[in-house]
Design a protein around this ligand. Structure first.
Ligand code: CMP
Length: 138
């Protein structure tokens, strides 16, 4: 079973990117890098759901602002499949702060600030599994 989770990651297009009408552009970049979209859901998070999703950051100073921001509009949650999905996807999205993200990365092209950074990607296979379960009940 372990090879299955190792080949999946979770991605979430954030509210400001959805509002900028760049869902299609972002998914095109993801597919160009040979990820397969195998789950997709567009939803608006409640504050409780956002707080639960980002619970790992609850002691960080940015936690409340981040959770509030994540409820300002719809997000697009996705399950992505590819060999080495977690690491390759983190390379594709770039550094958390779009100003530090390399040219060609999703955050460099579509991010606005460290909070409004266009997209989230899981940081480990364990978290990918948890985050996929959070949205898709797998
Ligand atoms: P994400 O990959 O969704 O994981 C946690 C998010 O917290 C991160 O992207 C950023 O959007 C947000 N965030 C806001 N401020 C900070 C900060 N100072 N350091 C790290 N992440 C931050």
């Amino acid at each position: 079973m372990s090879h299955i989770t190792e080949n999946l990651t979770f991605a979430m297009i954030k509210p400001e990117a959805v509002k900028k009408n760049v869902i299609g552009s972002i998914i095109a970049l993801i597919e160009e890098k040979n990820f397969t979209v195998c789950g997709l859901s567009m939803v608006r998070l409640t504050l409780e759901r956002a707080q639960a999703f980002y619970k790992v950051h609850e002691d960080r100073p940015f936690y409340q602002a981040l959770c509030d921001y994540m409820c300002t509009g719809k997000i697009v949650a996705m399950v992505l499949k590819k060999e080495n999905a977690v690491q390759d996807f983190r390379t594709l999205i770039g550094a958390t702060n779009p100003k530090e993200a390399l040219a060609g990365t999703i955050r460099n092209q579509f991010g606005t600030s460290i909070e409004e950074n266009a997209i989230h990607g899981s940081d480990s296979d364990t978290n990918a599994q948890k985050e996929i379960h959070f949205f898709f009940n797998q």
